[in-house]
Design a protein around this ligand. Structure first.
Ligand code: SPD
Length: 305
């Protein structure tokens, strides 16, 4: 909601509260085929992108989410990822982070709303730089159909960088989509999906983790979180789901994503992208530590916690 020079983020997903930012200038506002897309310059957080009135990223803190949802699963893999898919994430920030991994050969993005990458290229050049990496292919399409049509076992990693489960992204939190993701990722590969806040959404996280455990049989399901001042409650998490390894590969048990196995990624000099600002191997492991109330509530839903 925009009122008297202030933006306030209101949603039934966080009833009775709403972060407010003072607006310097509204730079862009339009209705796409799917949602309301707005970009404004704020007094305190730089340029802000909202979709259907909900903050997706701001200049000042976007890195804490984009780095964590990309590097936690990438670094947890037992061998470096070569082929990666991002569902959603049309601002390009997650692409920028994945591109830091030099052994990646192909990065596909399935984004439903073409207005989001267009707007990001115009107003968020530091995030949209991800689109200029030659390994990236952008597919403007229904992400669910794209995953369903992908050959089985074809990706090392799939990142689902969705908005909240109201509106166009709701289907990205449902079981048929997770079954399709499970099919499309290779044995021992990872699906990492935006999984909301421990402070506000324990019920959603519990249901999502329970459903993922039914789908990723023989694999593992874990929750990691990051801090981010402009998301509701200042925190957001991700479910890290590892697909069981091929039966003949080993008898070691499921992949434990709390262990960082790949090197910390560095800058991308060719794209003018600096060093990491949030992720490190130390932060990686710490992100999986749950506060006591969450550990109790999620007991039995997660493989590693
Ligand atoms: N409550 C907002 C959650 C938004 C998560 N997706 C953000 C997209 C950034 N690439």
């Amino acid at each position: 909601m925009i009122n008297a020079g202030w933006y306030t983020e209101m949603s039934p997903m966080w009833p009775g509260q709403g972060l407010s930012l003072k607006i310097k200038e509204v730079l862009y506002r339009a209705k796409s085929e799917f949602q309301d897309v707005c970009v404004f310059e704020s007094e305190s957080m730089g340029t802000v992108l909202t979709l259907d009135g909900v903050i997706q990223c701001t200049d000042k803190d976007e890195f804490s989410y984009q780095e964590m949802i990309a590097h936690i699963p990438m670094c947890a893999l037992e061998r470096p990822a070569k082929k990666v898919l991002v569902v959603g994430g049309g601002d390009g920030g997650v692409l920028r982070e994945l591109a830091r991994h030099t052994e990646v050969e192909e990065i596909h993005m399935a984004e439903i709303d073409k207005m989001v990458p267009e707007v990001s290229k115009q107003y968020f050049p530091e995030m949209a730089v991800g689109f200029t990496d030659p390994r990236v292919t952008l597919h403007i399409c229904d992400g669910i159909k794209f995953v369903e049509d992908s050959p089985a076992d074809s990706y090392d990693l799939i990142v689902v960088d969705s908005s909240d489960p109201v509106g166009p992204a709701e289907v990205l939190f449902e079981k048929p989509f997770f079954e399709a993701l499970h099919r499309a990722v290779r044995p021992g590969g990872i699906v990492c999906t935006q999984a909301e806040s421990l402070w506000l959404h324990l019920g959603i996280i519990k249901a999502l983790a329970g459903m993922c455990s039914e789908v990723f049989v023989g694999g593992s399901v874990s929750y990691a979180s990051t801090t981010i001042p402009t998301y509701p409650s200042g925190s957001i998490g991700m479910l890290v789901c590892a697909k069981a390894r091929a039966a003949d590969a080993d008898g070691e048990g499921p992949l434990d994503p709390r262990v960082a196995r790949q090197p910390e990624p560095g800058p991308l000099p060719k794209l003018g992208v600096d060093e990491l600002k949030y992720y490190s191997h130390e932060v990686h492991t710490a992100a999986f530590a749950l506060p006591v109330f969450a550990k109790k509530a999620l007991a039995g839903c997660l493989t590693f916690q």
